[in-house]
Design a protein around this ligand. Sequence first.
Ligand SMILES: Cc1ncc(COP(=O)(O)O)c(C=O)c1O
Length: 490
Amino acid sequence: MTTTAPEALDLQRAARDHLWLHFTRMGGYRDGEVPIIVRGDGCYLEDSKGKRYLDALAGLFSVNIGYGYGEEMGEAAAAQMRELPFYTNWSYAHPRAIELASEVASLAPGDLNRLFFVSGGSEAVESAWKLARQYYSARGEMRFRAARVPGQRVEPVVDFDAMEALQQSSRRRWKAISRHIAYHGTTMGALSINGIPAIREPFEPLVPEVHHVRNTNRYHRPAGESEAEFTAFLLDELEQTIEAAGPETIAMVIFEPVQNAGGAFTPPEGYWRGVRELCDHYDILLCADEVITGFGRLGAWFGSELYDIRPDLMTIAKGLSSSYAAIGAVVASDRVMEPFMEGTRMYSHGITFGGHPVQAAVALKNIEIMRRDRIVEHVAGTQSAFRATLEQLLDIPIVGDVRGTGFFYAIELVKDKETRQTFDDEECETLLRGFLSPALFERGLICRADDRGDPVIQISPPLVAGHQEFDQIVSILGDVLAEAWTRLHR
Ligand SMILES: Cc1ncc(COP(=O)(O)O)c(C=O)c1O
């Protein structure tokens, strides 16, 4: 039977009865209160009871300009609604999609010049993998055609080496390589790329075949290991994985510039240069998943620029519109685009809302605001003060590590700072879910207590945050973490 919405809806009750929250143990809301957020301004949110929260997670690492630009963004959306509320990117273009593609291409490093729009990060990752898969067959067709010059008599003498090389480079490829504990989204392809066993297992069998390699977590590496040794160790493992999987079958290596899940793993010196070299050596496309790191989070427009990654593909979403609109994209280099520009070939993929004009208008306005209000420069200029403030937390015994860069940090919690001993599953459950998350929320701080890897608190505020917010984050976290330590030793 259909339930009709009552005139004055009891939001709490209706939320319990009808809304299905993502990644949420709904059983907890059978009797418990669903938190209902009703408005936002700057770095702050307000719930249905009028309580304010500092959003130190920027929504989901995504409201880069904060919550205070609704008027301007709304006007851009309304103007677009009046002019052209919808048209598709299936065979047609429209001004906002063209302008947004040009704008992002001008910001993106190197020859990342072509945008394929989608509705979010998972679709971007999904589309990047499909594109990488199709790229090799499209490129092969292009090369075979180039080898057979029309109208020319076939040479009776065959160069077998050249033929072999041609065949190798034109084989279909389908595999992907990503890193342990990395999160890349939830659609079946993107989910398969994820390196988090707990979110993969319920949906197995997944899309074959993804191989996972080590991430750049340094915290639990041997104490004496140098940066160069760590880099060599990681690259060696990546190369062995490529060799074992068969280089001629691998379409894509996909890593985040700084890995989020597990807790803001920054790359060691020389890591990205080495990854790029291996991809070049084995002729594999390199995709930088910039769904979080893009649009200023690391104090540069893109992590690819910061670390000189030179990817062939980049996936973007979240910060592209500061989450005021549901839009993402795959950004492809000229090299990846080339085979698709020949003859009748096309990338056989599309999504109704890809490049939606209203979403594109909002994303354009977001970039205009970011440029005008010098948001990326603000992150670059205040990031060391932010880090220094966060590092005060290292005085608390439960805080083992503070790591990250830009406005993208994780605090790793440990049982013993000396041995870096971590918590077991049961302790994580009582500490993170049972105490920390509710205590932080209660104190008016939204950040994430995460145990997809070792337990961490993730901090990723809107990029408009300043000293006042840095201090507030550390003051609340300091109190709550100190109490967590006391509880552990009761
Ligand atoms: C690196 C990365 N890729 C992909 C995604 C998936 O994005 P979405 O939730 O928009 O589908 C996320 C989401 O957090 C992400 O962090």
